[in-house]
Design a protein around this ligand. Structure first.
Ligand SMILES: Cc1cc2nc3c(=O)[nH]c(=O)nc-3n(C[C@H](O)[C@H](O)[C@H](O)COP(=O)(O)O)c2cc1C
Length: 314
């Protein structure tokens, strides 16, 4: 199928395998490219710049015709490595960068100089217009059905509002678990979809079998929003552990958050503790099961190789 997204990235199907913190890896993206879609990895999945550089080199060496790869860059203050990661991406080269959480101006300027396309995560029209004015090549519209830090607007409303008010293409993120979902997003006016949660239960994903199996066993009605990970609401599977600790910030965090001077530090500490807890849950066997996933795991019925998940989607 040809759309503006397949044209932009020279891929066969209008699908991006979405970047997922701790989950995405080179093996998944290689399989995505071999199946004719694009794959994206959070730059933060690499602890060092050398590891990031090695991943880019490996993907470049194995990129087939009809596949594409990119990296997700968190561009706000929570990522002190953003500038250095951008330099590595621009030095080594990739097909696209997907920015999230901050002002993408510097990323767009640098990436465009070396021919890298820049897509920006947005959740509303105001920010979408801002990134368009900065020169973004497309927006990734994160709706209220997405996994992770989701948006607040339904896919239909978000895509049609953006389509009517922007000149750049709209890629839809959130709530896609089967082919009918893709057709729906395209019918609203999206040029393609960015799909995350359905790939957690893939053979190649870099997380524990327990996390993958949970995506098989639980469904859309088991997804809840929690403030207990990063401070910003995030979708997780409502495991017995999540039920036990609750989904609201603690009273002490709320109290500290009211203090203007302490607020920034509380946020940073909460973020760091939350990330460590999710990393443990994703990578090691533990009873503290805080597993990030979105309602699109509804369609996940078994752990499959990435290529089979893509075959089912297209
Ligand atoms: C486990 C998990 C981790 C994620 N990590 C990131 C991330 O590091 N950066 C980012 O921009 N989006 C992240 N996302 C959001 C995805 O890139 C994508 O927007 C989302 O998965 C789309 O919704 P879906 O899960 O219904 O497909 C994450 C989502 C999940 C489920």
């Amino acid at each position: 199928m040809q759309t503006k997204l397949t044209e932009l990235l020279n891929i066969k199907h209008p699908i991006i395998m979405a970047p997922m913190f701790l989950v995405s890896n080179v093996a998944m993206v290689k399989e995505a490219m071999n199946s004719g879609i694009a794959g994206c990895i959070p730059a933060l999945n690499y602890r060092t710049l050398e590891e990031l550089r090695a991943a880019i080199k490996e993907l470049k060496a194995s990129k087939p015709e009809g596949g594409a790869f990119g990296f997700n860059l968190i561009v706000n203050k929570s990522n002190p490595k953003a500038k250095a990661q951008l330099d590595v991406l621009c030095e080594e080269g990739c097909d696209f960068i997907l920015t999230s959480l901050g002002n993408p101006k510097e990323t767009i300027e640098h990436a465009h100089k070396v021919g890298i396309k820049v897509f920006c995560d947005i959740t509303d029209l105001r920010f979408a217009q801002k990134v368009e004015s900065l020169g973004a090549d497309a927006v990734v519209a994160v709706n209220n059905e997405a996994g992770g830090h989701r948006g607040n607007i339904s896919p239909e409303e978000l895509i049609s509002t953006l389509k009517n008010n922007l000149n750049i293409p709209v890629i839809s993120a959130g709530g896609v678990g089967c082919k009918a979902d893709i057709d729906k997003m395209l019918s609203y006016g999206a040029v393609g979809v960015s799909v995350g949660s359905p790939f957690i239960a893939s053979v190649e994903a870099g997380v524990t079998e327990e996390y993958k199996q949970a995506c098989v066993d639980y469904g859309a009605e088991d997804i809840v929003m929690t403030e207990r990970i990063s401070g910003t609401p995030c979708t997780v599977i409502n495991t017995p552990y999540v039920k036990k600790i609750g989904t609201k910030a603690t009273w002490i965090e709320n109290l500290l958050n009211k203090n203007k001077k302490l607020k920034k530090w509380v946020k940073m500490i909460r973020f760091s503790i939350g990330m460590k807890a999710t990393e443990k849950a994703a990578k090691k066997a533990t009873y503290k099961t805080v597993w990030v996933a979105g309602p699109s795991i509804e369609h996940t019925k078994e752990i499959l190789p990435v290529k089979d998940i893509i075959a089912n989607l297209v």
